[in-house]
Structures are given as structure tokens and as C-alpha cells.
Design a protein around this ligand. Structure first.
Ligand code: HEC
Length: 172
């Protein structure tokens, strides 16, 4: 959060919501950096997934239903949704090529008009403006909101956007 511990503990201690949550979990002791780190670590453990159905399918221990297979096909076929160049899913269950890319969120005709230069902030390279890290699609149903600025609240909104983007690209 770009804060030193002193400011972070002060901020958390000021919030009656957090004070109550910490009291429920840790009892009546002062909230300090150790408790905050423990709380964050515990939260992160809830995000670990290593044995999803897709992992089992890749290990040939399980099979996709016809509907799931259809989705897999659509994502990985260049003549259909063509997600694979960025979110590769065939070889691993991470769902990202780990590269940076511009997925067409902002329709602008000059790089300088991006509200967030993204990767370009780091490289200083104009051609990187508006590029963001291609995120993993693991646990994607559980990690709303979506995109670097959280502009989409649901996966439905993401798909609606991608559909428009795809139609736009095919017409140009
Ligand atoms: C040209 C590369 C590219 C293609 C093709 C692409 N994406 Fe993405 N996708 C990205 C990037 C980059 C982001 C992150 C953008 C951001 O952070 O603002 C992203 C974000 C997402 C997110 C939100 C993830 C999150 O945690 O916020 C979802 C869901 C997603 N893509 C699904 C898809 C699907 C489904 C397809 C195929 C229809 C697809 N993408 C095609 C590059 C791509």
C-alpha cells in the first residue's frame, strides 16, 4: 500500500470495522505489524488453488463436460475467441503468457491520452503505453472486479466488452 508500518497500523487502528474484525480473530490485543502480516498471509492462503478441475484434466485424471470443452475450444481457436495468444491455457492452468499487452480497453488515437500509461510508466517507451500485464485467469470467478482499474464488476461485463472488441477488430 506504499505505506510505512507506522502509518499502516495507525490507519487500521482508526477503523472500527478492522478493530472489531481483529478483536474477533486475535482477541483484545493491540493491532501491530505482526497481526496485520498474519491477517494478510491468512487471506492469501485462501486464494491458493492447486487442484482445480482443469489441473486434473491436464493431468488426464478428469474430463471436461461437452459444455466445458466447447468453452475451451472457443478460447483456444484462432478463428473463434482467440484468447490463447495472451491467456494460453493449453499447456498449463495459469492462463497467461506472462507478457504485457494492450487489450483494447481505451479507444484513443494518441498514446498520450491513456489515463494510465501502464507498462510504459516503467519502460518510458511510448509503444508500451496502455499495456498491462496479462493476468492469470486462475480463480477468475472469485477475483472481481476486473482489469487494472477494476472497471468491470462481473465476468459478464468482461465478456460483453471482449465481444465488442473482437467484432471491432474483425471489421478493421
Ligand atoms: C492481446 C492480448 C489479449 C487477448 C487476445 C485477450 N486478453 Fe484478456 N487480458 C489481457 C490483458 C493485458 C488484461 C489485463 C488488462 C488490465 O489489467 O487492464 C486482460 C484481462 C482479462 C481479464 C480480467 C482479469 C483480471 O483479473 O482482471 C479476463 C477475465 C480476460 N482478460 C479474459 C479474456 C478472454 C476470455 C479472452 C478471449 C475472448 C481474452 N481475455 C483475450 C490481454 C488479452
Amino acid at each position: 500500500m506504499n505505506l510505512d508500518w507506522k502509518s499502516a497500523t495507525k490507519r487500521i487502528n482508526k477503523s472500527s470495522f478492522y478493530r472489531e474484525q481483529f478483536r474477533l480473530v486475535f482477541g483484545d490485543i493491540e493491532i501491530d505489524s505482526v497481526l496485520i502480516a498474519k491477517a494478510i498471509a491468512q487471506f492469501e492462503r485462501t486464494l491458493i488453488s492447486c487442484n482445480s478441475k482443469f489441473d486434473r484434466v491436464l493431468r488426464k485424471e478428469d474430463k471436461l463436460t461437452p459444455e466445458e470443452f466447447r468453452g475451451y475450444e472457443i478460447m483456444n481457436d484462432q478463428s473463434m475467441a482467440d484468447c490463447l495468444h495472451c491467456h494460453s491455457t493449453d499447456a498449463n492452468a495459469l492462463g497467461t503468457s506472462l507478457k504485457f499487452s494492450n487489450n483494447g480497453l481505451d479507444e484513443i488515437n494518441d498514446e498520450l491520452l491513456f489515463t494510465d500509461f501502464g507498462f510504459g510508466t516503467t519502460t518510458g517507451n511510448k509503444s508500451d503505453y496502455g499495456k498491462f500485464k496479462i493476468p492469470s485467469l486462475r480463480n477468475i470467478a472469485l477475483t472481481a472486479p476486473y482489469m487494472h482499474d477494476g472497471r468491470f464488476k462481473t465476468l459478464r461485463e468482461v465478456i460483453d466488452f471482449l465481444q465488442q472488441w473482437f467484432a471491432f477488430q474483425s471489421n478493421h
